[in-house]
Every structure is written in C-alpha cells, then in structure tokens.
Design a protein around this ligand. Structure first.
Ligand code: GLN
Length: 473
C-alpha cells in the first residue's frame, strides 16, 4: 500500500477527488501524533476535530497546516509567545477564508520563533522545533514548525510568513519548497504583524507544483488589506512547463562571498550549470548595496515591530498579570509575557524611532532600502531570474547561535534583500551536504512575476527529483 503521507498535495487531492480525504486525514493524524513529541512542529493539533469536508472544492479536505501567527476564527493563536497564551482569534485571516473555500482541512498550528523573531525556532516560548533530518539541529525559522511539518510528512503543505526570510530559510534548511510572494500579492489581513512593510504570507510545500497550486488559492486583491495589490492573478500552474530555454539567469557576485559554506556554494553553482544545460543563459550580475541589507533590516523592521507589539499590554489580548495599578500591570505583563528576543527588538525599535535618532537611523535606513530596491530594478533589466543560495549554511546545531544574536541575524543575509525590495523569491531544494543535510537555492524575480520562479523551479525539480528523498524518522 502506498504511504499516504508521502504523497504530494497534487497527488493527494487527485486521490481525494475519487476516495474522499478521510483515509488521508487518518494517516496524517496518526503520523503527526507519533512524530510531534520528537519534532515539536505543531503547537496545537487536535485529531478529534478533523473532519473531511466532503465537497468538490479544489483541495477536497486534504490537511494544510498554519503558522501560529495567522488567525483562524475560534482557535487559539499565540505567535509562540506567553503574552498571547489563551488568546482566541475572533475572525479568519483572508488566507484562511480562501483555504476553507478551497476545501482544505486546517490541520496543525505550527511552532515558530516568538512573534516571528528568529531564524531557528529556538525563541518559541513553547520550546524549540527540531530538524526532521537531524533532531539535534534547528529547522530554521521563523516558520520552522511549518517547514519541519512538511519535511517530516506530518502535513501535506503549510503556510508560513516571511519578513526577512522566514519562509525561505527554514524551507532551505528542511529540504522543502518555500515561496515569499511579491509584497501585496497575498492579503496580510489576519496575520499578526511583525514588520508591516515587509510581511508576506506564503506556502511551504513538498514540490514547486504544490506551491503554484496554493499560490493560486492564496493570491488576490483584498479590500481588507490596504497594501494588497489590485492585480489580476494568473494561473500559476501554467508556468509548470519544464522549459527554461532562453531564460536569463543572474548570479549576484555579492551572494557568493567568504564565509559561505563551501558545500552550499558548490551545490548552487551546480544548479546554475544544470540550468545552462537545459538552455538557460547564466551571467554574473551585481547587487552593490547587498552588504547593507541586514543592518538596515534591523533598523526598519524592528521599528515596525516595536510599534506593532505596542498593542500587547494585558488589556485586550492574552496574558494579564494582575497588579495594584495600571502602569504596573502593563509593566509586569510585558515583562513576563515577552521573551528575550522580543524585548531586544522592542528596545531597538523604540530607540531608532525616538526623537533625535529617527533621522540618523530610521530615515537613513529607509533611504538605503530604496537603493537596495533600485539594485534589483537595474539587475532585472539584464536577467529574468536571480539565483543564489537561500542560506549561507545548512541547518546548524540547537544552541549553536543563541548566545550571539548577530551570528543568528546573518542567517538571513541572502533572503532579507527581497523583503526590502518587495520582490517574489522562492527556495527550492538543490542538493545535500556530505553529511546528508538539505541545501536550498533561492530564485528571485521581478514584482508580480512569481510565474518565472515556478517555471525555473519546476524545471530544476523535475530534472533532479531531489524532492523525493525523505528523512528517516
Ligand atoms: N530571521 C529574521 C528575523 O529574525 C526574519 C524573520 C522573519 O522573516 N519573520 O527577523
């Protein structure tokens, strides 16, 4: 008998169209129950509540899991933070409405770095999620639970959110596909905000084809999100043609720097060679302001975060620590409710926004952000797709970078620029290290040209078949 959990989303929905989704759901419930104590990918997951929606909707009741910063009406949503413990979402995020309308079963709610601050899932107040290929390592973050659950075949697909790489970096580390759509392509309504001018929701899946299917469902203008783009959405599955002839691919020289793991570099360069063999052209390009990306991100994104997190004060949401007077209640609630990394970012963000420092840091950061965007605009006059490593290293050990925030921040050196520029970017598995850890490559394209990513990603994936290799758990 085929192992139902190993199917792709496409294969599973084809099957569910004939037989219904119940046997699939049973198989995933059993597997998730058996593996979650080891992997800790799900914060909450209640097999008793799972019902197959017996309709003819496109997803036919198959299990899709959700990062715990996306609101599902009537369910607890915590961002893996103590401060939101017990908070029940009063409405559905737009992406959840869309998934429900498409007939998905909302399966697990996925572990994450607290408020999406992190690259390892270690800042989760509930305890770290583990890497499915090596339980002593991190799955990446902040959507680490989503990526680990997909890689471990505990769910067919998952949603993540990406502010500086939180979909792509864990997807790369876990050996799955992760897409950050163009800023404005997918509604942020019902996503608990981190950096509102960066955040995007996107799919984490086993294959590029599955990512295209979910992006079709998630995309589109939403009047409830003022930054959502009033653009028509093409059928992304039309881009899955296994043909890259004539596609112009650029390798940014600033992304192949000292310090990058040699096995990662080798694997991405081999991918470039394969693209050449398949008929694409490959050339070196330059994105000269790359070196400022991380520094500017830790000014602008934390400024937005400090302001967004101001609402968590014990009055309206989650935790309230009782105290004699109001100010003390705010103070105690925020002190006990937020973890160390959240506090670090609130302090940093408040500082760069404060009088006297605003011009020196925040305003200057915004100007450099424009320069980074212009680098991409120039590059995309010469090439259609940019290829780079997703992460400078494969999955690192639990605890390896927790003492050094800067080392942790550098995990996102190659993913953050796309968030500054708002462009779409996708991580696709491209190989393994000698010790068997997955390696991911990043593809980036012009705004609203996700189709170019699907075209390039699909051709590579079908040619190599890397996605068929699974962890043993
Ligand atoms: N790891 C980055 C950070 O810590 C990105 C997080 C994200 O994209 N949510 O901010």
């Amino acid at each position: 008998m085929t192992d139902l959990c190993r199917l792709t989303l496409k294969e599973a929905t084809d099957l569910a169209k004939q037989d219904g989704a119940q046997s699939l759901l049973n198989a995933f419930s059993k597997r998730a129950q058996a593996l979650n104590p080891k992997v800790n990918a799900f914060l909450r997951f209640d097999p008793a509540k799972i019902e197959a929606s017996v309709n003819k909707a496109p997803l036919c009741g198959v299990p899709v899991s959700i990062k715990d910063n996306i609101c599902i009406d009537g369910r607890e949503v915590t961002c893996a933070s103590r401060i939101l413990a017990g908070h029940v979402a009063p409405y559905d995020a737009t992406v959840i409405e869309k998934l429900k309308a498409a007939g998905a079963t909302l399966f697990g709610q996925c572990n994450m770095d607290e408020f999406a601050f992190g690259s390892s899932c270690e800042t989760s107040a509930i305890g770290p999620c583990k890497h499915p290929w090596d339980l002593a390592r991190v799955p990446g973050g902040s959507s680490g639970g989503s990526a680990a659950a997909v890689a471990a075949d505990m769910t067919l697909a998952a949603l993540g959110s990406d502010t500086g790489g939180s979909i792509r970096q864990p997807a790369a580390l876990c050996g799955v596909v992760g897409l950050k759509p163009t800023y404005g392509r997918v509604s942020r309504y019902g996503l608990i905000a981190f950096g509102s001018s960066f955040d995007q929701i996107g799919p984490i899946t086993k294959t590029v084809e599955d990512a295209a299917i979910l992006t079709n469902i998630l995309s589109g203008h939403d009047p409830k999100d003022s930054t959502s783009a009033p653009r028509s959405v093409p059928d992304f599955t039309q881009a899955l043609k296994r043909d890259v002839k004539g596609l112009r691919i650029g390798l940014p020289k600033e992304y192949f720097i000292e310090g990058i793991d040699p096995e990662v570099e080798k694997s991405v360069r081999q991918a470039a060679d394969l693209y050449k063999k398949l008929g694409a052209t490959v050339q070196t390009i330059s994105l000269p302001h790359t070196e400022y990306s991380v520094a500017v991100y830790y000014i602008v994104a934390v400024a937005e975060a400090s302001s967004n997190l101001g609402r968590f004060d014990g009055v309206e949401y989650g935790l309230r620590v009782p105290a004699k007077e109001l100010r003390e209640m705010y103070f105690e609630t925020r002190d006990q409710g937020f973890g160390q990394e959240a506090k670090r970012r609130i302090l940093l963000g408040t500082f760069v926004l404060s009088a006297g420092y605003y011009e020196a840091y925040y305003l200057k950061g915004q100007k450099v952000r424009t320069l980074i965007r212009q680098d991409f605009e120039k590059a995309f006059r010469e090439v259609d797709v940019i290829l780079s490593p997703t992460s400078p290293t494969p999955a690192f050990k639990i605890g390896e970078k927790t003492a050094d925030p800067l080392a942790m921040y550098l995990s996102d050196i190659f993913t953050i620029p796309a968030n500054h520029a708002g462009i779409p970017a996708m991580s696709v598995p491209c190989g393994f290290t000698a010790s068997g850890l997955p390696i991911g490559m990043q593809l980036m394209a012009r705004p609203f040209e996700e189709a170019a990513l699907f075209r390039a990603g699909y051709a590579f994936e079908q040619e190599t078949g890397i996605y068929k290799k699974k962890p043993t758990l």
